[in-house]
Design a protein around this ligand. Structure first.
Ligand code: ZN
Ligand code: ZN
Length: 125
């Protein structure tokens, strides 16, 4: 597990438990479904589910729903919470986009919390 990820867990008040480490390490190689995480980590369903929830609440991972199949869990490895994400629907790779890539201007006062773009990456396009 990368040091930055470990630090993020600590600053958000989550202990770096064995299951959390296993899940984050499994996601370091790319987005995974719940079923893939079960197989890779050897943890039980409830443990995986609960820890995915906790990791989502602190913004360390996010979930991507595609039109078919199970959602993917993706690791977000950056300090800045307000960037957009790109998810390739063909190869299921994800990227944290630089801040300037997407700027949303709402027609009313408010704040955009999350922006997720789904499409095809350079390899799959
Ligand atoms: Zn990100
Ligand atoms: Zn792709």
């Amino acid at each position: 597990m990368k040091r930055s990820l470990r630090e993020k867990l600590h600053t958000e008040g989550l202990r770096c438990t064995q299951p959390r480490r296993c899940i984050v390490e499994a996601l370091e190689s790319g987005p995974k479904t719940h079923a893939e995480l079960l197989k890779l980590t050897g943890l039980d369903r409830v443990t995986v589910y609960r820890n995915l929830l906790a990791l989502q609440q602190i913004g360390l991972i996010y979930r991507v729903y595609l039109t078919t199949g199970e959602p993917y869990y993706v690791l977000c490895d950056t300090e800045n919470p307000s960037h957009a994400h790109f998810f390739c629907e063909s190869c299921h790779r994800a990227t944290c986009l630089p801040d300037e890539t997407v700027q949303v201007h709402l027609p009313w006062p408010g704040r955009v919390e999350r922006v997720l773009l789904v499409g095809k990456c350079a390899k799959c396009a």
